[in-house]
Design a protein. Structure first.
Length: 77
Protein backbone atom coordinates (compact mmCIF):
# COMPACT_ATOMS: atom_id res chain seq x y z
CA UNK A 1 0.00 0.00 0.00
CA UNK A 2 2.83 2.40 0.74
CA UNK A 3 4.48 1.74 -2.61
CA UNK A 4 1.36 2.79 -4.47
CA UNK A 5 1.19 6.01 -2.48
CA UNK A 6 4.83 6.75 -3.28
CA UNK A 7 4.22 6.15 -6.98
CA UNK A 8 1.27 8.53 -7.00
CA UNK A 9 3.55 11.27 -5.72
CA UNK A 10 6.36 10.50 -8.19
CA UNK A 11 4.27 10.21 -11.37
CA UNK A 12 3.23 13.89 -11.49
CA UNK A 13 6.91 14.92 -11.13
CA UNK A 14 7.89 12.69 -14.04
CA UNK A 15 5.17 14.17 -16.22
CA UNK A 16 6.61 17.68 -15.69
CA UNK A 17 10.03 16.63 -17.01
CA UNK A 18 10.55 17.84 -20.57
CA UNK A 19 13.06 15.57 -22.33
CA UNK A 20 14.01 18.33 -24.78
CA UNK A 21 15.23 20.61 -21.98
CA UNK A 22 17.46 18.19 -20.07
CA UNK A 23 21.00 19.56 -19.62
CA UNK A 24 24.16 18.06 -18.12
CA UNK A 25 24.04 20.56 -15.26
CA UNK A 26 26.76 21.64 -12.90
CA UNK A 27 28.28 18.17 -12.54
CA UNK A 28 28.68 17.85 -16.30
CA UNK A 29 30.34 21.26 -16.47
CA UNK A 30 32.74 20.39 -13.64
CA UNK A 31 33.75 17.10 -15.27
CA UNK A 32 34.32 18.88 -18.60
CA UNK A 33 36.34 21.63 -16.89
CA UNK A 34 38.55 19.11 -15.07
CA UNK A 35 39.19 17.24 -18.34
CA UNK A 36 40.02 20.51 -20.11
CA UNK A 37 42.51 21.53 -17.40
CA UNK A 38 44.09 18.07 -17.53
CA UNK A 39 44.55 18.23 -21.30
CA UNK A 40 46.01 21.72 -21.01
CA UNK A 41 48.55 20.51 -18.41
CA UNK A 42 49.49 17.51 -20.58
CA UNK A 43 50.05 19.75 -23.61
CA UNK A 44 52.16 22.13 -21.54
CA UNK A 45 54.27 19.24 -20.25
CA UNK A 46 54.64 17.78 -23.76
CA UNK A 47 55.86 21.12 -25.13
CA UNK A 48 58.40 21.39 -22.32
CA UNK A 49 59.70 17.86 -22.94
CA UNK A 50 59.81 18.29 -26.71
CA UNK A 51 61.88 21.44 -26.20
CA UNK A 52 64.55 19.37 -24.45
CA UNK A 53 64.88 16.85 -27.29
CA UNK A 54 67.95 17.19 -29.50
CA UNK A 55 66.88 16.28 -33.04
CA UNK A 56 70.36 16.40 -34.57
CA UNK A 57 72.08 13.02 -34.73
CA UNK A 58 75.64 12.89 -33.57
CA UNK A 59 77.89 10.78 -35.82
CA UNK A 60 79.08 7.56 -34.24
CA UNK A 61 82.82 7.72 -33.59
CA UNK A 62 83.43 4.01 -34.19
CA UNK A 63 81.60 3.90 -37.52
CA UNK A 64 83.20 7.11 -38.76
CA UNK A 65 86.74 6.00 -37.91
CA UNK A 66 86.17 2.54 -39.48
CA UNK A 67 84.90 4.14 -42.67
CA UNK A 68 87.95 6.40 -42.86
CA UNK A 69 90.33 3.49 -42.36
CA UNK A 70 92.10 4.68 -39.22
CA UNK A 71 94.42 2.07 -37.74
CA UNK A 72 92.76 2.01 -34.29
CA UNK A 73 89.32 1.09 -35.65
CA UNK A 74 90.03 -2.41 -36.94
CA UNK A 75 88.23 -5.30 -35.27
CA UNK A 76 91.26 -7.64 -35.44
CA UNK A 77 93.37 -5.78 -32.88
Amino acid sequence: MYATQALTHVVPLAAELDKNKVTPGVLGFLVFAVLAVGVWQLMKSMNRHMGRVNFEEAPETGAASAAEGTPGASAGK
